[in-house]
Design a protein around this ligand. Structure first.
Ligand code: GSH
Length: 266
């Protein structure tokens, strides 16, 4: 039910006669305790719940209904009443249903004392929860499970569920880490394979180059041997040429000698 545009029920006299309205916020503990009182007394048909959005309170709530502008408030018999503890007592004594307070006057007085102490107690508990325990009350030492086996079981189950949830979280994180490690390993392996391939190919290149060098060396040696052979032949040819030249020069000297000329002319 949205209350943002809703007109207060006091504007409708017919509803005013037969209906009361409890303005609440679902999450407000003060409103919740009046709401519980209403349900405990079986007044669901008599007291209608109207939720107020505290983050966006309708203007009419403060202007026409409850200047305090807080929840809870009760609209009843043309009146607006606030303050949850007063409201609990008001609902208890002005509506039908089982009484919240005991009939015995002494017990009743004690119950009223307890009710009056509720807010102080709650404040102490909440302060204690926030890590600032109030020493004199020692509320943080109070065992709320004592004599409440179901509550103890529930807390145990809650704790176990919490532990299971934490373990699941740890497991999920470990699995994530494992996957990351595996991916890393695979990448390293792949890089190793690439490096190995490069090494093999470099070795093959080196072997091919060594072979080429070997072939070239052989060719060089052959060429050098053939050159030496040719040089030897040149030396022989030169010696032969020189010998021939010497012979020819000896011959011509002999032929042009005066003695040979005289033989020719004789
Ligand atoms: N003492 C009041 C407290 C009510 C109260 O503080 N209600 C809160 C919501 S839990 C509220 O309406 N806050 C709005 C504001 O303070 O402006 C009671 O017991 O009813």
């Amino acid at each position: 039910m949205s209350a943002s545009n809703q007109t207060p029920l006091t504007a409708n006299p017919l509803l005013l006669v037969c209906m009361s309205v409890l303005y609440i916020s679902y999450t407000c503990p003060f409103a919740q305790r009046v709401w519980i009182t209403r349900n405990y007394k079986g007044l669901q048909e008599k007291i209608e719940l109207v939720p107020i959005n505290l983050q966006n309170r309708p203007a009419w709530y403060k202007e026409k209904l409850y200047p305090e502008n807080k929840v809870p408030s009760l609209e009843h018999n043309g009146k607006i009443i606030g303050e949850s503890l007063d409201l609990i007592k008001y609902v208890d004594s002005n509506f039908e249903g089982p009484s919240l307070l005991p009939n015995d006057p002494a017990k009743r007085e004690f119950a009223e004392e307890l009710i009056a102490y509720t807010d102080t107690f709650n404040k102490t508990v909440f302060t204690s929860f926030k890590g600032d325990p109030v020493k004199e009350v020692e509320v943080w030492k109070y065992d709320i499970t004592a004599g409440r086996p179901k509550l103890a079981k529930w807390i145990e189950v809650e704790q176990l569920e919490q532990e299971v949830a934490e373990l699941k979280q740890v497991l999920a994180e470990k699995r994530e880490q494992e996957t990351a490690m595996l991916q890393l390993l695979m990448r390293v392996e792949q890089e190793q394979r690439v490096t190995e391939d490069a090494r093999i190919s470099a070795e093959q290149d080196a072997a091919a180059q060594r072979y080429t060098v070997h072939v070239l060396e052989e060719k060089y040696e052959k060429a050098m041997a053939s050159l030496a052979e040719k040089e030897k032949r040149v030396v022989i040819a030169e010696s032969m040429l020189e010998a021939t030249l010497q012979y020819e020069s000896g011959q011509s000297k002999a032929l042009s000698s005066p003695r040979y000329m005289r033989i020719l002319l004789a």
